[in-house]
Design a protein around this ligand. Sequence first.
Ligand code: HEM
Length: 367
Amino acid sequence: MDKKDIKYTSIHYQDYLQLDKILNAQALRSEEAQNPAHDEMLFIITHQVYELWFKQIVHELHALIDDFDDGKVDERNIGISVARLDRILKIQGLLIEQIEVMETMTALDFLEFRSYLFPASGFQSIQFREIEILLGLRRAERENYLNAPYDVVFNEEGKKNIKNWESNENLFTLIEDWLERTPFLNWKDFDFINLYKESVNKMFDQEKKAIQETSILSPENKKARIQNLEHSEDYFLQVLSYEKHEEQIQKGTLKLSYKATVAALMINLYREEPILWQPFNLLRKLIEVDQQFTVWRNRHAQMVMRMLGNKMGTGGSSGHKYLKKTADKHHVFRDFYHIATLLVPRQFIPDLPEDLKKSLSFYFTNH
Ligand code: HEM
C-alpha cells in the first residue's frame, strides 16, 4: 500500500456530518395535511436510521465481494473478511433491537398517519434489495409479490440498477468458487470423499444395529426409527454423490455445488488444523449473517402483525402472511446450515495423513 502524507485540513462537526441535510429530512406528511400525528416523527427517523445502516452493510458487502473477486484469495485476508462479516452481524443486532423502539408506537397511533404514506412501503427499499442481491438471493428464489416481478415498484433507473447487481458477482457465488478451489480434497492417496462415505456407512450400520438390539424400544418404535435413519442416510447419498447432487441443483432443492459442499464439509470436520480455522470462521459467520436476516424478517413480521393484524400492507401485499413466507424462503446460505446434517461424531472422521496435516499447519523455520 502506498504511504501518503496525511494533510491536516479543518472542518466543523456540523459540516463534516452534513447535519443540515440529515436533520432537515423529516417532513411529516401529517403536519403537511394540517393534522399532526406525534408518532410520525418516530416512524420516519426509525426508517431513516435503518437506511443508513443498510448503506453501511452495502459498503461492507462490496468490500467482501472485492476480497473474493479476483479468482485468488490471499489467505492473509480471510481474517479481514471475517471481521467485515462480524461488523455486519453487530449492525444486524441493532436492526433487530430497533424494532422494539418502533413498537413503542401503538396500532391506533399508527393509524393516525398511515393513510398519508400510501402507497409507500419498505418493499420499495432499494438498498434492502441491493443487500439481498449482493448476498446472492436470486430472482427465481423470491416469494411471489402481487404476481409481478419484485422490481416493478422501482423507476427505470432502479430497475436498471437491480438488473446490473443481479448480473454482477455476489457473495454466494464467490464463496462457492473459493470453496471449489480448496486444494487438498484429493491429496496424493488421500481421497477424502470416498473415505468419508465409508465412515458414514459404518456409522449408519452401527446406529441401525443399536436400534435393532435394544430391548427398551417397542417393535413399532424401532421400525419408525429405522425409517427415519434411512431418510438421513438418503440425504447423505443425495448430497455426497456427484450425480445426485447435480440433480438436486437442477431441481433447485440444493444451491451449493458438489465440490464446494465437499470442501465446506472438510473445513468443518478438520477446523482445528491451523490453516482451516479462519475459513471455518468465515463459513460460520456467513451462516450467522443469513440467520440474523431471518431473525429480522420474523421480528418485522411479528411487529406488522401487532400494528396491522391481518390488514394488507401499504405496498399491497397480504402483510404479515407475505412477510412470514419471505422469512422462511429468502435464505441465501441454507446449504451451509445443512453441512451440520452431514457431520458425523469424531470417532468416524477419517484421520488425515501426517504430511497433509503438516501442510495444514503454520510452521516457522529459520532455514
Ligand atoms: C409500523 C411499522 C411497520 C409496518 C406496519 C410495516 C409493514 C410492512 C408490510 C405490510 C410489508 C409488506 C409489503 C407491503 O405490503 O407493504 C413490509 C415490507 C417491508 N418492510 Fe416494513 N413495516 C414497518 C416498519 C418497517 C421498518 C422500520 C423497516 C426498516 C427499514 C421496514 C422495512 C421493510 C422492508 C425491507 C420490507 C420488504 C420485505 C420483503 O419484501 O422481504 N419496515 N413492511
